[in-house]
Design a binder for this molecule. Sequence first.
Ligand code: SF4
Ligand code: SF4
Length: 341
Amino acid sequence: MEKRVIKKDALAGIVQKLAEDTLVYAPVQEEDQVLFKALKQGMAPLIDFANAKNAPKNFFFPQTETMLKFFRSERGRELSEVVEGSPEAILFGVRPCDARSFVLLDAVFNDPTYKDPYYIERREKTTIVSLGCVNPPYTTCFCTSVGGHPLSSEGADVMLTEMEEGYLAEFLTEKGEKLLARLGDLSAADQGLDEKKKEISAAAEGKIKSHIPGKEIKPWLDENFEHPFWDTIHKSCLACGTCTYLCPTCHCFDITDEVKGDGGQRIRSWDSCMSWLFTMETSGHNPRPSQKERWRQRLMHKFRYFVDRYGAIACVGCGRCVMYCPVNIDIRKIVTDISKQ
Ligand code: SF4
Ligand code: SF4
């Protein structure tokens, strides 16, 4: 694995330069929010930031996209699949929890038996540059409780770790090495920096303040689908869906056909298991008739069903749902309360 050191005051400029001829998504300040956006010419990315409000999943799984178009011709009804060629892109400044979310989304969208060409096209063309959390940014971060780490490189093509000497840049994959070739002369990283990284890594782990028994609750979930515990956790939920839309691992979608005249298009849009309409059947029957069943589904999907299917918890501990739920429902508390049942 190639390793280099990037001077601290040079990093923003390097990313800005890459954006001159490549699509670069990076965290930028917009009013009082940090958001991942495509860098426009001359725009500098944020280097010193906590995390973006929006999870970067939308670059691979957009809020809405056209899957196919249909029209009537002399030959009858015709379909044309739309898998738009996407450009090579760089996604810069991804925190390790969000980079890990791509590995979980890959399991869903790039499953051996079901391959999603829309997602795969964008994912394969994008190089992920991850920025380690030397100082985990929020008291709500709990990545270490769900299989992650503030300096995890899982899901990253290039891993940047801030040190006194600059950013230690580790080029982990073929895509990462291709990017290295575009960066020009950078100082080589000496062996001593590996040792320093180990120390920084242990210190960063120690700075995580939130811990939940994320891996311990599955046996209880397996046995207690009908437990009275589920009767109250949802009581204040407004079903706004914020927790699911901001979540880096939530990936539910709806498919609708929009028809105009003799043609139309099939559109895929984000959906949310928090919504009553999500499971509403044409007959009028709804198998998840109240918010109780919907909240149970959210918890069960992340901490039970996904573990059964893919061997990992479908939560990366980013804390977004905790920070932005308008009624302060806290998934950490729910998991902890389950562990006490
Ligand atoms: S963000 Fe809070 S109120 Fe909104 S759906 Fe999620 S749990 Fe319910
Ligand atoms: S469930 Fe909440 S803490 Fe976990 S990954 Fe989703 S938004 Fe982040």
